[in-house]
Ligand binder design. Sequence first.
Ligand SMILES: *Cc1c(COP(=O)(O)O)cnc(C)c1O
Ligand SMILES: [Zn+2]
Length: 387
Amino acid sequence: MFLTHLECTACNARHEKGLLLNLCTACGKPLYPRYDLERAAHSLTKAALKDRDFTLWRYREVLPVEHDENIVTFGEGGTPLLPAKRLGAKLGFANLYIKDEGQNPTQSFKARGMTAAISMAKELGVKKVAVPTAGNAGGAMAAYAARAGMEAHVFMPRDTPSANRIECEQTGAFVTLIDGLITDCAAEIGRRKADEGWFEVSTLREPYRVEGKKTMGYEIAEQFDWTLPDVIVYPTGGGTGLVGMWKAFEEMEAMGFIGSKRPRMVSVQAAGCAPIVRAFENGERFAAEFPNAHTGASGLRVPRAIGDFLILDAVRASGGTALAVTDDEMREAVKEMGMAEGIFAAPEGAACAVAIRKMLEAGQVGADERIVLFNTGSGVKYLEFFQ
Ligand SMILES: *Cc1c(COP(=O)(O)O)cnc(C)c1O
Ligand SMILES: [Zn+2]
């Protein structure tokens, strides 16, 4: 297809495609796949899209897999962009939308990243994959690995929601519970992967999960008839979806789908784990590890993100902001979203509703602006959080 090479996001070093890579071999920062967008734009057109299935593979030309037979899919992506009139009225917004990612396979948007990562791993001959997870990434990887016939090794904190552990076990993954955080899980994989022959599929340490997640940017644009909203509110752990959408906007502009206007990107974190918010407030480009990270919104329990500078750059370049909300606020907002819209949101998704209300109070957003909240997962994965 149209993948040409991988490019370092920090030092711009060019890496050949077709190799099994994690980080930049020159500087240790994340790699981004790059495409021949001019050629891609010949077949990826607004008209052509009308005839394609509404899964994320409709954006085939800007996804990295070379041969279709390597695509490992459950029909992920293509989630609805739901007008949230009743929630909007309650919060004081006239044009509020919820991108409901809880409707993905394995009930979270981690499926988007994993369909790309596992398809590429299959194409590059990988037999065993390993992932550190705060929750949903493990379940998604286990499912895609099973479907691809790969051996899956999932490392998660012992206190990860039980649904995440059980789904991994039931889809055949080897699950290791760690007394610690996702960073400790990653360290354990780092110690063992060479001996075990595992390929590490940790977010942004693996170059293709971001490609799956960037399709949220394409979808939003397409669902708004090739315009972008004024504000995107995104619950941020590793930040893959936020930076992925930012990359998608750049690609779409290069291909002539959209102009240069961008949404304000809002990064929402948990008060108990807010490294990006803290760095944003301190005017820093890199985020220090957040001490004693704790939150029931497991997807946000990421004390250190390798893509910190990519998140912070995008938030700042967009004129957006970063803010934290408490677990109690999230719990209330889940109920509020559920009652107003019938969406049983993940706490991470509900955090976006809290954030936008605070932004209205602070005069950071207008009541008539077009706003998209990301409900990144389903509340059914978090039953302990509600008990
Ligand atoms: C992983 C996860 C997040 C954070 O996503 P990133 O792209 O890593 O920032 C948010 N919500 C849920 C439900 C998640 O599983
Ligand atoms: Zn580099």
